[in-house]
Design a protein around this ligand. Sequence first.
Ligand SMILES: Nc1ncnc2c1ncn2[C@@H]1O[C@H](COP(=O)(O)OP(=O)(O)OP(=O)(O)O)[C@@H](O)[C@H]1O
Ligand SMILES: [Mg+2]
Length: 364
Amino acid sequence: MYLEHFTVRNVRNISDALLDPSPSLNLIHGSNGSGKTSLLEALHLLLVGRSFRNQHRFRSLVQEGTDECLVVGRFRRDDGQTDRLGVRRNIAEKAEAKLNGERVRSIAQLASIAPVQVLDSDLVEMVLGPPALRRQLIDWGLFHVEHSFLSLWRQADRALKQRNGALRHGKIDYSQIELWSLEYARYGALLGQSRQEYVEALTVQLDPVLQQVAPSMAAQVRLEYTQGWSGDSDQLRQQLLDSIDRDVQLGQTRVGPHRADIKIRIAGALASDVLSRGQLKLIAAAVRLAQVRLLYARTRKAGLVLVDDLPAELDKQYRSALWAAIGATPGQHFITCIEPDEVAHSWGHHAPPQMFHVEHGIVS
Ligand SMILES: Nc1ncnc2c1ncn2[C@@H]1O[C@H](COP(=O)(O)OP(=O)(O)OP(=O)(O)O)[C@@H](O)[C@H]1O
Ligand SMILES: [Mg+2]
């Protein structure tokens, strides 16, 4: 499935735009402040229901002086049929999405329509930022690959919230805490197992991407998954039961899959301690591309890859290796750049890129 047509109304400085993108590479070029990122923001709004830069400040997506923005896309499915998706965002209300005229009920339903990955200048946060970002990364992959994942995640999340609620309740009811400990151990262990398998499969996909973008580091980079507790599912249950008194004092659950993380190591050391920002950015980009490749290998779904301002901090050699790796990743790519020639040259793809020029919010 790919996006074959979309229209944008009142997203940041883009008042009205209409695009027929290519199923593979789309280059969005223009000078600083022309509206390139705004166009990617419009796509992200369509696919995820919010901005990729300001998760909580949706107001900034709506063009100043207007009340709402609207993005409508037409997807061509592999069976030749089309789906029409529209997302409207009002400054006062939540996003409202419709798929083929029917209301989309949740953000999860919207996100399941087309998988999207963003590679932008904040990419390095994936390595340097809090563990929650890396858990999101794993969960993105599982959400799009395993049908049962969302309900498993929700059951584990509910049990954790109930346990935390019981820990903080004025009058402590130990039987309630025990009950939710068992529930959390049950779903949490399954969640941990799924995540472990995902990281193992991701490692397999990551190797060839790293060989392409950073061959000198490739053999030394390792993803180390930590599940949030020590041992197997029985041990999670035991650790949750044993820690009740201490958790009551702290008012929170200290072991479980909500503490999971991925440590990125290079030759044994933490990548964040020893690598430069440019090198970390390359590794983070390689991980995201490996996720898109894994998604395709498992489901034959081609993701939409939004690449914004990525080459900042990368030298020419790394940039061209990265463009080639993006080109070798199955997916519909939307890449912003100031000078499109460099990307087009390194692409190594048979189909010529579709070019979009942006100037003062006008796309041509
Ligand atoms: N809510 C808004 N309403 C109107 N204009 C906005 C809004 N938010 C941002 N803008 C403006 O939109 C313009 C385009 O911004 P955008 O980030 O898309 O530029 P860009 O082409 O990506 O530039 P750069 O190459 O510097 O990254 C900017 O001048 C910005 O100030
Ligand atoms: Mg920009």
